[in-house]
Design a protein around this ligand. Structure first.
Ligand code: SAH
Length: 342
């Protein structure tokens, strides 16, 4: 496999057949070495932290994998108030966070004017910070007005670039074409854009993962979010298996070599399937971690999958421990916006 990893490192691409071999190997240790080399070449040892504020667990969508899907009648629903959101940001800022990620289910309560008010306040209070949104599919006009009041980035995983798989993971009223259209609209409006997918989602094949990589090559996003699929007990996928640590790490390493300058988070889901998952992620090319700064009392209600880590290292209070872990692994926490290099 060393030849394939070297080729990927040197040319930033492989054929479909070669990718298939690399994705399916169980022996790709050198992948992490090369991925770390590329990441250090561009970003040094810096790890960028993003304060994640989960503003709503209401969602009009019914994605089959997701714990806050509308059909889950036992999901606990909440919305953060304006003052709560601003308070989360204040706490996060004082902890050294310089990006706020506003994430939520697709909740009409957070209509455009209200979102603009929130974004405007965040940018006014913290002009040195970036505001990232992750609010699902919205209209071009909605993305436009939120950009105009200062939003910088938008995370919208494409979930699967294969239409058949996309349709097996989503209800019939959702479609891949619209998801892609949203991503291109966001790009056109000047957002730094993040796409991505779950690793080991039900029915997913190696060919599906290759399609995801090809789509990312076409889109050229500034950020790529991937993490293992983890079942949620109140969804149709409750009996499916989680994605594995090894496959997720392999995909992260491949993505780092193909997208040398991309911002690549070691996700909460990766930290959930393995207590050391996020540190292993950093050692395989990741350079972003997103600590949860939502108010403690709502964290367990934003339950996308079983056993989501909600305390300890994951919380703002645990940030000191997280920093220590990052430093023990030989990396350093950067107190800056952490934009994507050109
Ligand atoms: N409503 C927003 C935010 C979704 S939550 C949106 O549509 O973009 C963020 C991500 O969590 C999703 O894009 C999905 O890839 C991931 N996710 C949802 N359920 C999951 C599960 N069961 N296991 C792992 N990741 C999951």
């Amino acid at each position: 496999m060393i030849e394939l990893v070297k080729k990927l490192y040197e040319t930033e691409d492989l054929t479909d057949d070669e990718l298939k071999q690399l994705i399916e190997t169980d022996n790709a240790e050198n992948l992490a070495v090369y991925a770390d080399r590329v990441r250090q070449k561009h970003y040094g040892k810096k790890v960028f932290l993003r304060g994640l504020i989960e503003i709503s667990s209401y969602c009009k969508n019914d994605c089959l994998y997701c714990g806050i899907r509308r059909s889950n009648k036992s999901a606990k629903r909440y919305r953060l108030r304006y003052d709560q959101i601003l308070e989360c940001a204040e706490i996060g800022y004082n902890l050294g966070l310089r990006t706020f990620v506003i994430q939520g289910g697709e909740d009409g309560y957070f209509f455009d004017y209200y979102m603009c008010k929130i974004i405007h306040a965040l940018k006014k209070n913290y002009p040195d910070c970036a505001v990232t949104l992750s609010l699902g599919e919205r209209s071009f006009e909605s993305y436009k007005c939120m950009k105009e009041v200062g939003a910088d980035r938008y995370l919208l995983r494409h979930e699967s670039a294969d239409e058949d798989l996309y349709n097996r993971l989503h209800p019939s009223e959702m479609n891949l074409e619209n998801r892609k259209k949203c991503l291109y609209n966001l790009k056109e409006l000047g957002y730094q854009v993040g796409a991505g997918f779950m690793v080991g989602a039900p029915f997913q094949t190696t060919e599906n993962l290759i399609s995801d990589i090809r789509f990312l090559q076409e889109l050229q996003p500034q950020m790529i979010g991937i993490g293992p699929f983890i079942p949620h007990k109140n969804t149709p996928f409750k009996n499916e298996k989680s994605g594995t640590l090894n496959l997720t790490l392999r995909m992260l390493g491949i993505l780092r070599l193909m997208f040398p300058k991309v911002l690549l988070p070691a996700t909460t889901a990766l930290g959930t399937i393995s207590s050391n998952g996020r540190i292993l992620g950093l050692q395989t090319g990741c350079n972003v971690i997103m600590p949860n700064i939502s108010p403690k009392e709502v964290r367990k209600k934003y339950m996308l999958y079983n056993n989501k880590i909600i305390s300890g290292r994951e919380t703002a209070e645990g940030l000191a421990i997280l920093k220590q872990e990052i430093e023990s692994a030989g990396y350093e926490v950067a107190v800056e916006r952490g934009d994507c290099l050109k």
